[in-house]
Design a protein around this ligand. Sequence first.
Ligand code: ADP
Ligand code: ZN
Ligand code: MG
Length: 486
Amino acid sequence: MQTQEKRTYQAVIGLEFHVHLATRTKMFCSCRVTYGEEPNTHTCPVCLGHPGALPFTNEKAVELGVMAGLALNCEVAPRAVFARKNYFYPDLPKGYQISQFDAPICTNGHLDVPVPEGTVRVGITRVHLEEDAAKNVHVGESGRMHGSVGSLVDFNRGGTPLIEIVTEPDIPSPEAARATANHLKAILQAIGVSEADMEKGQLRCDANVSIRNPDGSFGTKTELKNMNSFRFVERGLVRELERQQEILEGGGRVTQATMHYDPVTDEVHELRSKEYAHDYRYFPEPDLLPLELNEAWVRQIKSRLPELPEERKARFVEQYGLSEYDAGVLTADGDLADFYEEVAAQADPKQAANWTTGELQARLNEAGVEVAESKVKSGHLAELIGLVENGTVSRSAAKDVLGSVFETGDSPSTVVEREGLASMGGDELSGIVDEVISANPDEAERVRGGDKKVIGFLVGQVMKVTRGNADGGRVRQLLMEKLNGQ
Ligand code: ADP
Ligand code: ZN
Ligand code: MG
């Protein structure tokens, strides 16, 4: 990215995530959690905030919250307390949100995030349980409040179980922020606490960002709100850091504010300045008992945690002999890691990693397709690796084969046959090798005289004539046989 060169400052970034938990019912009532259903069809007096209605805690949500905290290396509090966070908004019928304040369920964890330069350890300040607000729907073309002709409220979402995950300001760059978000998402999905589908709003991210003062202390931060794509988190942070730097270079001061990033214009603008800290008048929720998280129960949850991406990464390095980087790329996406393991069970593991992280992932990215939806199945890739290994197709032809499998879902051998992509062999290749030898008598003579370096040139000539449609190893072998009788 060309913005890299312009950076002379040190960025400080902390992230806050809101994650819907994969429960069947809401946080404090037994209404079902749904997505995309007819508005206001999953409500009851509790989640509509009727006076006198009493909430009760969803045990499954507590379990999933604890599980997330454990996966993020947190300490689980023996006692956690729900608190009322008071504010007015039409999507909050009670006039307060039930959240956790000074006694959250989990604190003091960390996450090791793989980045190209190595690993960034990001502290996890806290994980707490709360309920989501309902959803305001703005009527009008824009779909946003600005310019709408009216607003409606869909209470189906109100009361959906959430965890909020807050990181320490340990993240040094927009790229690392994106990597942190991706890594977190992979963990949440791997342990099954959330589908974390950003399109359904199951995972949302706020980014706090500042530029470090020359003396090393923290500068004033601003907050980028509610981004539902990690690409936008990265882009928004790049833009916001540029804005802050310009202010500082002009001798000005950054003021605390909430910012909005518009991906269409690739610009940030101020939503509201945050002159005073919010006063939510938190107090303990009188209608709910504190949570007593008994140690044996926590231990039992811990024992049920599946293999985490970090552990899987270490296993990939160990079991398949992959580089840390390849193992990190593969395990950052649980589906990709599953796919890889299927290929590695049937083909050379290193080749499997090269093809999966290289050629296949490039095509997936380009087409915007997830590996699970791809027409290339693990068996296809394993078969293709085998075809290269036994010399049936050259490496470059294999890339074309993969392209066709990607488009059609046909097996590699079908594609090779149909498109005539098999490597040249037998008499045809032997004939070409003879031609190249007679067309390059000097080089041929030097090889006969023991000069091994020149053989590469001759291999290249043969490959040129076959248009890359031959196996390099096979060509080299033929040349040696013909020139040296080996
Ligand atoms: P607030 O009181 O504004 O909510 P917090 O201290 O609770 O601020 O932190 C909220 C988030 O902002 C956390 O993710 C934290 O890591 C991050 N953060 C705190 N200070 C800074 C800073 N100077 N620059 C960037 N991020 C920060
Ligand atoms: Zn309800
Ligand atoms: Mg705070």
